[in-house]
Design a protein around this ligand. Structure first.
Ligand SMILES: N[C@@H](CCC(=O)N[C@@H](CS)C(=O)NCC(=O)O)C(=O)O
Length: 258
């Protein structure tokens, strides 16, 4: 198996953790390094990580990759067996992918990208307010539980890479208001596959200049655009387009089967 990966992508990290959790053998390639873009484009028309190639099967989109892995390699399972708990775990995975990711990534550009401007006024506060709603819901669901949906599941795995970044991004939860969430995060950090994920990302960021990734233009896609527009930053976004700082995803048309 080959994973088109990136140690800073929360979606790629989710898949990486699932592969490790299932004890599968795989190789990785940093799909966002410029020298690997053509190889990534050949397997994923959107030119996004993660992408998994398992023999003749190519799978794109992290939730589809996890579903594929669960089907092809069922044990140990990352989806709860109970139907209601499974729906709940998928709901948290979807929240991680489509709510948490846009908020955090949209405020991350002033940390890792090379930008001519400062963060627009109020953007970090908007991110903190929305993340507080997520933190409150997590605190609620962790009442009486070590993990979000019973045993460790895709809900915990999908959220971990995001929550590992919130302090760096200045939109953290507080131990006082969210003690169960803080304990959950500590519990995950103590598990080897999560510790290893954290370490890979830390090492990647420590040497960002050597990574040969695009840092002047931002790759914009649906959910991330939705959040920035919904919070009122349409003028800022239009200026980004007008000044040539936007990269659009390619067309995600499935390629030929092998
Ligand atoms: N819906 C996709 C989203 C994947 C995604 O947004 N990947 C980003 C990295 S986090 C990417 O590959 N961006 C391309 C780029 O930055 O050039 C999934 O769940 O896999």
């Amino acid at each position: 198996m080959k994973l088109y990966d990136n140690a800073f992508s929360p979606f790629a990290r989710k898949v990486h953790i699932v592969l490790d959790f299932k004890g599968l053998d795989y190789e990785t390639l940093d799909g966002l390094a410029k020298q690997n873009h053509a190889a990534l484009e050949a397997v994923n028309g959107r030119v996004e990580v993660p992408t998994l190639v398992d023999g003749a099967v190519t799978v794109v989109n992290s939730a589809d990759i996890v579903a594929y892995l669960e089907h092809a390699y069922p044990e140990p399972s990352v989806y709860p067996a109970d139907p209601a708990a499974r729906v709940r775990a998928r709901a948290w995975e979807r929240c991680a992918d489509t709510v948490v990711d846009p908020i955090l990534v949209d405020v991350s550009y002033w940390i890792w990208a090379e930008r001519p401007d400062d963060m627009p006024a109020g953007l970090r506060e908007a991110a903190q307010a929305d993340m507080d709603r997520v933190y409150d819901a997590l605190e609620r669901d962790l009442d009486g539980r070590d993990f979000l949906c019973g045993a460790l599941s895709i809900a915990d795995i999908a959220l971990f890479p995001h929550l590992a970044a919130v302090r760096l991004l200045g939109v953290s939860f507080s131990r006082e208001r969210h003690p169960r969430l803080a304990a959950w995060f500590g519990r995950l950090r103590a598990i080897e596959i999560f510790r290893a994920d954290h370490e890979r990302t830390r090492a990647y960021l420590a040497d960002l200049d050597a990574r040969n990734i695009e840092r002047r233009k931002i790759f914009w896609r649906g959910d991330r655009i939705e959040w920035v527009l919904a919070r009122g930053y349409q003028d800022w976004f239009m200026k980004e387009i007008a000044e040539g700082r936007v990269i659009w995803p390619g067309l995600g048309i499935p390629g030929p089967t092998a």
